[in-house]
Design a protein around this ligand. Structure first.
Ligand code: G3I
Length: 463
C-alpha cells in the first residue's frame, strides 16, 4: 500500500476569507502543541508504538507535547486476536494506560482492515466471516469500552478510483461489511465516536467522492457513523489545494473529520528549502482543520523521524515529521505551533492597504487585494472579485505581478498559474457566475522574503 496524493493543485477550498477567528489568549511560546490545540477546541496528537516506549527521551516528549495518542499497531487484528477467539490486549492496554496517566485522549486504530490481520482470517469459510468479523469488533471495542474517543472502525476500504477494495471482507461478505462493522462497534462501545479512515481522501477526487457517497448513504440509512478520518500521508509541496473544502463538505454531511495519520515526506537528504516547504505544508493542513469547526483534531503518524514508517516503505524518502531523528524540533514544528497558537509572529507591519482596480461598463469587474495575515517567510492573502458591470458574468480572471519575489504555494476558490512574478487566477467551477453587483473571493498562501509589498495594480476581466 503506497498512499499517493494528486500532483495537481486545482480548485480549492471553502474558506470564510479574511474572517477573523477568535483565538484564545494562551500566547506563551512555551505552551505545547496539545495545549494550543485544546485552546482552539481541538486535539493535536501523535501515534506511537510499543517498542518505542523504552526510549525515555522519546516518551518524555510524547507525554508532554501532545494531548492525544493513537497506537500505531497494537490494536490491529493481528495483535488483538492472533488466534481465532483468543484475544490479547496487553500491548494496547500499555499505550492506553500511558495516555491516561498523561491525561491524553486515545483514538482506537483499527478494527477492520485488509492489512495486518492474522492469516487464519483468510481460511474462514465465506459464510462465516460476517460472524467472525462481528465477534472481533464486539470483543475489541468491548474491551476498550469507555476508554477511547474514536474508533477507526473500518480502514482503507476503497481503491483510488472509488471502487471497493477487494479485501477478504469485501469478497466474502460484500458491500454490507462496513455498515455491519459500524453497527457492531456501536453496540460494543456506545461512547466512542465511530470513524471511517482512509488515505488520499484529503482532497476532492474519485476516492473521497466514494467515501462521501458512503457517508451520505449511512446517514440516510441510520448506520452509526460519526466521523471520517483523513490519514494525510502527504508529499512535500503537494498538500491538496481542496483540503479545506473537502473537510467542510464532509462536515456538512453531519460527521466530524479528523486528520489521523499526518506526515509529509520528502526526498532525502533534507535541506533548508525542503524544511521551509514542509513547514508551509504542515501550516496549510493545520489551518485547514482550524477553519472547519467539525475538524476535531490532528494526529501525526509518530512525531519524530526516528520512528517514522516512511523510509522502510519509500526508500530514499523520509524526514516526514516535525521532530528529527535526534528529537530536535524542525521548522515544521514551529509552523504547527504558530498556526495552532494563532500567533504567527508578524515580521513587518502587516497588512498593506488593499489595492483596487475598479472598472465599469458591461462585463466589468474589480479586484481587491488584501493581506490577511503574515509570518516569517509566508503570508495569507485574499482577493475579492466584484462584478461592477451591468450584465451577469460567467467567468472571471484576475492578474497581477508580484514585486518582491512572492510565490503562491496554495490557493483556494480559484485556479492559479504563476510564471515568475506574473500571477493569473481564474474562477473555480462554482464561483464564476456573478450577477451585477455580486462578489466572490479567493484566498491563497504565499512565501516572501525581504519585503512583501502589495501588487501595484490588479486587472480583472472575463478571461
Ligand atoms: O513486530 C514485528 C517485529 O517482531 C519484527 O522484528 C519486525 C521486523 O521488520 O517487524 C515488526 O512488525 C512490523 C510492524 O509494523 C510493527 O513494527 C511490520 O514489519 C511492519 O510492516 C509494520 O508496519 C506498520 C504498517 O502500518 C503496516 O502496514 C507501521 O508500523 C504502521 O505505522 C503502519 O500504519 C499504517 C496505518 O495503520 C494505516 N494507514 C497507513 C499507515 C502506514 O502504512
Amino acid at each position: 500500500m503506497r498512499p499517493r496524493v494528486p500532483l495537481t493543485i486545482g480548485v480549492a477550498a471553502f474558506l470564510a476569507l479574511g474572517a477573523a477567528i477568535a483565538v484564545p489568549n494562551i500566547a506563551s511560546a512555551s505552551a505545547t502543541l496539545g495545549q494550543h490545540a485544546a485552546a482552539r477546541g481541538k486535539y493535536f496528537g501523535s501515534a506511537t508504538d510499543n517498542p518505542e516506549l523504552t526510549d525515555a527521551p522519546y516518551v518524555s516528549i510524547l507525554s508532554s507535547e501532545f494531548n492525544q495518542i493513537t497506537p500505531g499497531n497494537t490494536m490491529k487484528w493481528q495483535y488483538t486476536e492472533p488466534q481465532q477467539g483468543q484475544f490479547s490486549y496487553g500491548q494496547a492496554d500499555t499505550v492506553v494506560s500511558l495516555a491516561r496517566s498523561n491525561n491524553q485522549s486515545v483514538r482506537g486504530h483499527t478494527l477492520v482492515w485488509h492489512s495486518q490481520y492474522p492469516s487464519w482470517v483468510d481460511s474462514v469459510p465465506a459464510n462465516q466471516l460476517l460472524g467472525v468479523m462481528r465477534n472481533h469488533v464486539t470483543n475489541v471495542a468491548g474491551h476498550f469500552q469507555g476508554q477511547l474517543i474514536h474508533w477507526d472502525v473500518v480502514n482503507e476500504a476503497f481503491e483510488e478510483n472509488g471502487t471497493r477494495r477487494q479485501s477478504v471482507f469485501q469478497r466474502n461478505i460484500g458491500d454490507s461489511y462496513i455498515a455491519e462493522a459500524f453497527r457492531a462497534a456501536r453496540a460494543a462501545d456506545p461512547t466512542a465516536k465511530l470513524y471511517y479512515n482512509d488515505y488520499n481522501i484529503e482532497g476532492l477526487g474519485a476516492k473521497s467522492d466514494a467515501v462521501y457517497a458512503m457517508v451520505q448513504q449511512f446517514k440516510a440509512q441510520g448506520v452509526p457513523i460519526d466521523g471520517v478520518g483523513m490519514q494525510a500521508h502527504l508529499i512535500l509541496g503537494q498538500v491538496p489545494s481542496s483540503i479545506q473544502q473537502n473537510i467542510q463538505r464532509f462536515a456538512n454531511l453531519g460527521v466530524d473529520v479528523a486528520i489521523t495519520e499526518l506526515d509529509i515526506r520528502m526526498n532525502l537528504p533534507r535541506d533548508a528549502a525542503k524544511d521551509a516547504q514542509q513547514a508551509n505544508d504542515y501550516r496549510a493542513v493545520v489551518n485547514a482543520c482550524l477553519a472547519v469547526t467539525r475538524c476535531v483534531g490532528i494526529t501525526v503518524w509518530d512525531y519524530t523521524d526516528k520512528y517514522s514508517w516512511i523510509p522502510s516503505v519509500f526508500p530514499g524518502q523520509g524526514a516526514a515529521l516535525p521532530y528529527d531523528e535526534n528529537l530536535n524540533k524542525k521548522p515544521a514544528y514551529t509552523a504547527i505551533h504558530d498556526a495552532l497558537a494563532g500567533t504567527t509572529t508578524p515580521t513587518t507591519p502587516p497588512p498593506t492597504s488593499p489595492t483596487t482596480t475598479p472598472t465599469s461598463g458591461p462585463g466589468a469587474c474589480a479586484a481587491t487585494y488584501q493581506i490577511v495575515s503574515q509570518w516569517t517567510g509566508g503570508f495569507q492573502g485574499s482577493v475579492t472579485v466584484r462584478n461592477t458591470g451591468t450584465s451577469a458574468m460567467n467567468a472571471w480572471a484576475v492578474r497581477w505581478s508580484f514585486g518582491a519575489g512572492q510565490v503562491i504555494t496554495n490557493l483556494w476558490n480559484g485556479s492559479v498559474t504563476q510564471t515568475s512574478a506574473n500571477v493569473a487566477v481564474r474562477n473555480a467551477p462554482y464561483n464564476g457566475a456573478l450577477a451585477p453587483g455580486a462578489s466572490t473571493s479567493f484566498g491563497f498562501v504565499a512565501s516572501w522574503t525581504g519585503s512583501n509589498p502589495a501588487p501595484a495594480s490588479l486587472t480583472c476581466g472575463i478571461t
